[in-house]
Ligand binder design. Structure first.
Ligand code: PFF
Length: 450
């Protein structure tokens, strides 16, 4: 069979996989979306639920995806076709590809803003402005719809360039350099933020939970945020799992990625909230929380000019390693299932995203005609992907592993055919088979009914 002899591209090293998977997980979801969700959902109470979600559901779901990917050596659609031929299971893979495409369409809008804000910070255009002016500048920028679209296009092109280069020479090479830089910059910013006057109040908001704030809305938001932040439920990790060598340890990869992602989200919280409280910014400021608060903070800080540039470069880097993974899911599907070459697959996926992306960016203008069910196209896509499609995908993935593929296959793969010890495999499989499907379903339905 000629097609099987063709060697698939893959990750060259263990650290490369972790960097790429963590690169996918760590992104605007941690630095931009996590503080927004935390601010809107009661602060520390949200954090607590979020941590429970990532530990008890995030790790098992991630391991399930890596397992499906490596076992099948296939993209997210091909994986289900191979492991469950002649069944309806590949629909889960198709849903993942669609979800990747939809997320990329709105994610690239915010990614584009990071480029605008790099330019603004280099031009020192935040200098001496108060919060009200920064807010109206931000709104004015959204109203320049086509400017948003152009930045979005630039970002899609950048992503397309890396993905076109392939797995080892593109994704792995860039992620290995970019991820550690990001961590270092965030630590420096965190140290600066907690030493600001009044930082304590922000830290209390982040770490002192008020349990009465936990309700269905908080649960579904934390679940959606957990899945979004860890890139779960749509096949990124199935696709990346298919590039992992048979000799690598899947369980420790999943633990490392979850740990890295959670540390970065917490660090982002430690940067944003003390600073926001210190300067009297409402933690529920939503989109503006990062894009207005950060320049405001740096405005009033020694060395703020440089820090501000670094921050937005950091945000762009974090976004890029995530958009790469979103695009890779779509491109891997087109190349392997529709048999187009990588170049054309990348072009088609990028053009498609750009077309939908225009509506997303233009939906943020005042009096925009682009709304769906009373929400802007941007909010509608964010909601439907993070709070509906990802949890749903997650449920199907764990049911597939727990009930269709079963324990023997799972144990074989996580122990590398018995060569590795995997002390937690029984507990993790129990969660995959019973707890995760139940918990995600209950939270998902209670969120829909609220
Ligand atoms: N996990 C990314 C973030 O937190 O920014 C976003 C994302 C990437 C979501 C890839 C889903 C995905 F498949």
């Amino acid at each position: 069979m000629a097609e099987q002899k063709k060697k698939r591209d893959g990750f060259g090293s263990k650290i490369g996989i972790i960097a790429a998977a963590a690169g996918s997980a760590i992104g605007l979801g941690n630095i931009y979306r996590f503080p927004c969700e935390l601010g809107n959902n009661g602060g520390a109470a949200f954090l607590l639920v979020y941590l429970a979600v990532v530990i008890f559901l995030g790790i098992p779901v991630m391991l399930s995806e890596l397992f499906i990917g490596r076992r099948s050596q296939s993209n997210s659609v091909g994986a289900f076709k191979k492991l469950a031929p002649k069944t309806a299971w590949p629909i889960v893979g198709y849903m993942g590809v669609l979800c990747g495409f939809l997320i990329f369409a709105f994610y690239s809008t915010v990614s584009g803003w990071t480029l605008e804000y790099i330019v603004k910070s280099v031009a020192n255009s935040f200098q001496g402005k108060d919060m009200a002016t920064l807010e109206s500048d931000f709104a004015a920028f959204h109203n320049m719809g086509w400017r948003n679209v152009i930045w979005q296009g630039v970002f899609i092109l950048l992503t397309g360039f890396v993905v076109f280069k392939g797995v080892q020479n593109g994704i792995e090479k860039y992620a290995k350099i970019l991820m550690p830089v990001l961590l270092v910059i965030l630590v420096i910013l965190g140290i600066r933020a907690v030493t600001l006057p009044g930082a304590k109040e922000g830290l209390a908001f982040l770490f002192k939970p008020d349990f009465s704030k936990i309700n269905a809305q908080v649960l579904i938001s934390a679940l959606g945020q957990g899945f979004f932040s860890l890139s779960l439920g749509m096949g990124v990790l199935i696709t990346y799992g298919s590039y992992v060598k048979k000799s690598d340890n899947l369980t420790s990869t999943a633990f490392s990625v979850v740990l890295a992602d959670t540390v970065i989200a917490l660090l982002a919280g430690i940067v944003i909230f003390p600073a926001a409280f210190s300067f009297g910014v409402n933690p529920q400021a939503g989109m503006g929380l990062v894009f207005n608060t950060i320049p405001m903070i740096f405005n009033q800080m020694a060395g703020g000019y440089v820090f501000c540039i670094i921050f937005f470069v950091l945000l762009a880097i974090a976004a890029l390693t995530s958009t790469i993974s979103l695009l890779e899911v779509v491109v891997a599907y087109i190349t392997e299932e529709l048999h187009l070459n990588r170049r054309w697959s990348t072009v088609i996926a990028c053009v498609g995203t750009m077309l939908l992306g225009c509506f997303v960016s233009l939906s943020l203008m005042e009096n925009t005609p682009f709304t769906i069910g009373g929400r802007t196209v941007f909010d509608a896509l964010d909601f439907i992907t993070a709070n509906v499609m990802l949890p749903l995908g997650g449920i199907f993935i764990v049911v597939f592993v727990g009930w269709r593929l079963g324990k023997t296959h799972f144990f074989e793969e996580v122990t590398n055919e018995g060569k590795l010890k995997s002390p937690l495999k029984t507990v993790i499989f129990f969660i995959i088979r019973y707890l995760a499907p139940l918990a995600v379903t209950v939270i998902f339905i209670s969120g829909l009914l609220k």
